[in-house]
Design a binder for this molecule. Structure first.
Ligand code: TZP
Ligand code: MG
Length: 213
């Protein structure tokens, strides 16, 4: 199920990230543009909860299936299992990877790893990819921490030559080439896509960056 190319233009969003709250439309445009993976990250201020969140997740999962794009759930193991989603992405402070890997056989597992310390304390044996950031400052996550620039990727790539790495945090098209140069396999993006005036074109713009490498 997991393929390294799915990290190339990895769109992450929840209702809280889109200007008018209409996440369905935004994800549809992003899928038409060619995103390679989608993560449902319904979280924080203005996010949906409970049944409303579940209904939206189901709709988005069905939409992603139509485009054959993997649908990943952020944090919420119960929701991911209930929907039989394609995967889950967890942070360092979330439930242990080993806790749900049994429940979730054959699915995609992503883990946030910001730096070498976090890498060292993580069990990455069951992890398909790590998400590393923030590269730049971001308005999409309140507790994202200090921006680390491209060196964040370089530092992790130096100690692990194999693990697929997707960069995150304030990323726009211009970051693709230097991030790949630093050792990233792809980029994950919230606002540059969710708040774009032309989502389809923006996604294509990200893809074009890979063509010139
Ligand atoms: N984790 C680190 S930075 C970030 C997350 C979820 C937010 C990225 O959003 P944006 O809008 O692409 O900066
Ligand atoms: Mg988390």
């Amino acid at each position: 199920m997991f393929n390294i190319n799915t990290l190339k233009v990895y769109f992450i969003a929840g209702s809280q990230d889109v200007p008018n709250g209409d996440l369905y439309k935004v994800v549809e445009q992003a899928l038409i543009g060619g995103i390679t993976m989608f993560q449902f990250r319904e979280k924080g201020k203005n996010s949906k909860k409970g049944l409303e969140k579940e209904v939206l997740a189901k709709e988005l999962f069905e939409l992603c299936k139509k485009y054959e794009v993997p649908f990943i759930v952020n944090d919420d193991v119960d929701l991911a299992v209930k929907l039989n989603a394609d995967g889950i992405h967890v942070g360092q402070d979330d439930r242990n990877v080993s806790e749900f890997k049994n429940k979730f056989k054959g699915k995609i597992i992503g883990l946030s790893v910001a730096n070498r310390e976090e890498y060292q304390q993580s069990d990455i044996t069951e992890v398909d990819y790590i998400g590393t950031g923030p590269i730049h400052s971001t308005n999409s996550k309140a507790d994202a921490g200090e921006e680390g620039g491209y060196d964040l990727i370089k530092n992790l790539r130096e100690i692990d030559n194999e693990i697929p790495i997707v960069a995150i945090g304030g990323i726009t098209e211009v970051d693709v080439a230097p991030l790949v140069d630093a050792g990233a396999n792809g980029v994950s993006v919230i606002s540059a896509i969710a708040r774009s005036g032309n989502i389809e074109q923006t996604v294509k713009g990200f893809h074009n960056q890979y063509k010139n490498l």
